[in-house]
Ligand binder design. Sequence first.
Ligand code: MTE
Ligand code: LUZ
Ligand code: MOS
Length: 749
Amino acid sequence: MKNTDSRSHLQGKSIYLDDIPELQGTLYGLVFDSPVAHAKNIKLDYSEAEKLDGVIKILTYKDIPGENQIGAIIPDEELFAENEVHFIGQPIALIVAETERIARDAKKLIKFEAEELPAITDTKIAKERGHFIAPPRTFKIGDLEEGRKKSKYIIKGTSETGGQEHLYLETQGAYAVPKENESITLYSSTQGANSVQKITSEILDISMNKIEVDVNRLGGGFGGKEDQATPWAAMVSLAAFILKKPVKMVLARHDDMRMTGKRHPYTAEYTLGLSEDLKIQFYDVEFIQDGGASADLSPAITERTLFHATGTYFIPNTEITVFSCKTNTLPNTAFRGFGGPQAFFAIDAAMQQAADEIGVDVRKLQFKNLIKENNEFPYGQIATQVEATKCWEAADKLFSIEKQYKEVKDFNTKNTKFKKGISITPLCFGISFTNTMMNHARALVHIYQDGSVGISTGAVEMGQGVNTKMKQVATHVFGISIDKIKLETTNTTRVANASPTAASSGADLNGKAVEIACNELLARLKNTAAEIIDTNSNKIEIKDEFVFNNGKKTDLSWNKLVEAAFVNRVKLSEKGHYVTPEIRFDKSIEKGHPFAYHVYGTAITTAIVDTMRGTYDIESVDIVHDFGKSMNLFLDKGQIEGALIQGIGWVTMEEIRFDEKGRLLSNSLSSYKVPDINSVPKSVKVEALETEGHKHAILKSKAVGEPPFIYGQGAYFAIQDAIKAFNPNYKSDYIAPMTHEKVLMGLYQ
Ligand code: MTE
Ligand code: LUZ
Ligand code: MOS
């Protein structure tokens, strides 16, 4: 089944925030943001700007009736800067005008003065000076000393991964419409309607029930709209609240890139110990995370790094620490993988370094140390239904790992102008919000008297196809065609208190809630059918929109049954509430069972390097992925392909740069390179592992949104392998991204 949105996307008929018909009298907002990275005693003179024809009002923190605070985990971020600014791009005021053009002209007339302070853009300096977002956290298992004693080989090293711009096709935006009795309808391009509602209510000092947040769909979020869609929504709401007019703001790409946070850059310092028989004995790793100027989601991202530090391997003695540093750059935020990819890169860099120093093939090390059934993760969860080795073996069977290695070797003995490289990336990714309390969801299902069905959930459609999956759940339970089902907008008055659509759990959490509601309704309809046919309700089934009695088709159709139930005054609406079972985590001891299950996989990546230019292509990526029992392989393979390319972009070409004053240099598509059709691997093959699936996954179909991002890192190691084939003296610094210029330097190092 295709993504039910694909036709309207293709025809340009899908409605995004900026396509919502505007009400008469709508005003437009534009943010005035800090031109300096760190300053105090800021002064804004906007008297000239406010005089400009068509400028309605310029709002600052002084206009906020409630709390000037948007920090969701730690209250350390103002909506509008009051006295100090902490990064370039930090909002200070909102210009409200009759058109966006006028607002832009007005912006040029605003005079900004401040006492500039030194800006810290380097996490090393931040750490030295003790500038932290939150105190460091450590996960431990076993005993490092014990591991050290058993180790024959001890490898020390460092690695580094860069930031990443989300580059959702639809930029951030929101549209606030004032309603009677000081309430607001707020359209927002957000992954977290509930966060938008809550923060806006605090800014305006009105109760949450006065704010209705509505989300039709996003043109991509990728984590960038989990938390950072909120400020724009709060700003237009503030303006609408004060001016009693509809107010809209959609960020221009350049403004979006300048003002929104990105993936967290990380450095890792590690020591890895292996015994003579190449079993990992210990891993001691310290991560330094660049949180940017305020906490945003950094503490939660820190957590996911801690949870994924050992990658897909079992390591009996481990100590992992993450330092979350505060710098005068954009507050970094959620991005597909959420601190996980940074952890995977570090452990696989350590594995590669170990293999090189010991003089063995890294794949032997990797395979030998894959996590197995009943192994304990450093956070205390016992690994069950482990598919790591099975994925690797299936990849070998389907894609002949040894043969591919031999082909690369043969090619390299025959060629000097081009060299090939190969790598393997195993995957083990935990599914559930790491914060246990976020793992619950609700759905509202109506069966209308004509037999059509309307479903509301807390899930946000952002291109990942969650709406299609929700429809599939209802189709599956009711035995009716997908054409009978409509997915309503995500709306806080229909489904309240929803967690953001994130952590890859949108389909699981909301799908289970839909399933619960549909099953309730089905039971009632079966009773009605049993009464009509005069049989026992447990003999009733509904298939292909007809009632079956004891396996035999009757002439009672779905539509007739629904009509009869309505006449019998049967309740045809139901709400489902789902809570992920079994999960728990005790932060005081950093142990528990935080994940409902894990997703596994193996990717084989080959690359070819032009040894004169330093340019490269990713030739092939062959993947065996653990989808569980995929409910929609078409959508799920799309998720794998998208995540893979996004991951390849991160480790190869996407380079976020600031100058020493904290100005973002990579602030447009001419200075920030993202993968395009030419950077897509020449061949991508995705095969599903044969497995039973997992009972906590929706219809046994495992979460697929983020995990395959990890496969992208294979490109880094494959390119590096090709460089080594040309330059035997090459010593990697394990710094990503592996840009073309970096490759060229490596070839002639
Ligand atoms: N796919 C598309 N097309 N667009 C997106 O913005 N976001 C990713 C992933 N796949 C995203 C996407 C991220 S970061 C997450 S957490 C999941 O989708 C969220 O959706 P799910 O929970 O329904 O998988
Ligand atoms: N958001 C969050 C996430 O709040 N908690 C998580 O565990 C998470 N994981 C991935 C992406 N977003
Ligand atoms: Mo995804 S980073 O959980 O929005």
